[in-house]
Unconditional design. Structure first.
Length: 117
């Protein structure tokens, strides 16, 4: 099993920045990809960004490309999401996700991000 513990988030004005963290423990040796998803009130959970744990290659949703940066610290088994130039439409609960080599997926507990206009 793997456990994911998130930190960061909060309230920020439009144009501001926040950084989310997600610390992984347990079966971290078999991590394949990690990523971030978000769910706004009344909407379905949507993809934000993902990163290959071994190569570091990244993929972003068009809505955050150029503003958000996903990164990882392999030594600390920690995933990050640097969010810049935040917009009110970025307001959501953000979840980190880990996918192991065997295909099993885990989720963090979620953290709230609120961007005021």
């Amino acid at each position: 099993q793997a456990q994911l513990v998130q930190s960061g988030g909060g309230l920020v004005q439009a144009g501001g920045s926040l950084r989310l963290s997600c610390a992984a423990s347990g079966r971290t040796f078999s991590l394949y990809t990690m990523g971030w998803f978000r769910q706004a009130p009344g909407k379905e959970r949507e993809f934000v960004a993902t990163i290959s744990w071994s190569t570091g290659s990244t993929t972003y949703a068009d809505s955050v490309k150029g503003r958000f940066t996903i990164s990882r610290d392999n030594a600390k088994n920690t995933l990050y999401l640097q969010m810049n130039t935040l917009k009110p439409e970025d307001t959501a609960d953000y979840y980190c996700n880990a996918r192991l080599l065997n295909g099993v997926t885990y989720w963090g507990q979620g953290t709230q991000v609120t961007v005021s206009s």
